[in-house]
Design a binder for this molecule. Structure first.
Ligand code: FES
Length: 233
């Protein structure tokens, strides 16, 4: 009872906060920091095309689509929000009405692999933002915000790289590694991902919190509510 309730509260809070942040009309940027809901590549730095920044609410569909169609999230929101089924080996509540993923909106879950590929591109953008967060006016710089952004992007990368669809992209499509070109390499990559996969649910939670907390942290800096320790070299 406690776990489903906590799941409902946390997921709802995240969706509400993320939607508010993206549509708030404020570009969450402070010195060389930028919120993971935004990007220096999209209108705030490297490519100064403000009109592209307007796309950010649209691009937010990518991470939300990834999480919404993620196997781990599917399991937890079906159990927590719909109680259908509430757990393994328990009879479904709406027997006979389940049509699998053949009808809207669940049919969108079939696009998970595409959301993953797009999200990997977003993660590359976020890594560039992190590199920029360690430079200030041409100097190497370390601030608490740089570390916060680094931890966030590591967690997001772990969440994306332990995705089931990523395992398929790496090696799941190969029938016989011994016959495939660079088969040993693909096999090693797949085995490594297999070992990491059981933690996918944990990375899903940690990265969800870290995205929101990174945004909150930069907003607090912008508002002058907090001042952080910094070192410029
Ligand atoms: S299964 Fe969770 S992100 Fe792909």
């Amino acid at each position: 009872m406690i776990e489903p309730a906590l799941t409902v509260i946390c997921y709802s809070a995240f969706v509400i906060y993320a939607t508010w942040s993206v549509f708030s009309g404020t570009n969450v940027v402070f010195d060389s920091y930028v919120s993971p809901f935004f990007s220096t590549w999209l209108g705030f730095g490297l490519i100064r095309v403000p009109v592209i920044g307007i796309l950010i609410p649209i691009l937010a569909v990518i991470p939300l689509g990834l999480r919404g169609s993620c196997y781990y999230y599917r399991k937890s929101y079906f159990r927590s929000f719909f109680w259908d089924p509430p757990a393994c080996a328990i009879q479904e509540l709406k027997r006979g009405r389940y049509r699998g993923e053949t009808r809207f909106p669940w049919v969108l879950n079939n696009y998970h692999r595409y959301f993953l590929v797009l999200s990997l591109i977003v993660v590359v953008f976020l890594w560039v933002d992190v590199v920029r967060a360690f430079t200030y006016q041409g100097h190497f710089f370390v601030g608490l915000g740089s570390v916060v952004m680094l931890v966030n992007v590591i967690l997001l990368s772990l969440y994306s790289l332990t995705c089931h669809s990523f395992r398929y992209l790496m090696g799941g499509r190969i029938d016989r590694f011994s016959k495939a070109r660079a088969g040993m390499l693909w096999q090693r990559a797949t085995m490594t991902l297999n070992r990491m996969n059981p933690l996918h649910g944990a990375w899903a939670w940690y990265s969800m919190f870290s995205v929101a907390l990174t945004d909150v942290y930069i907003r607090l800096l912008m508002a002058g509510v907090i001042h952080e320790p910094r070192w410029i070299f």
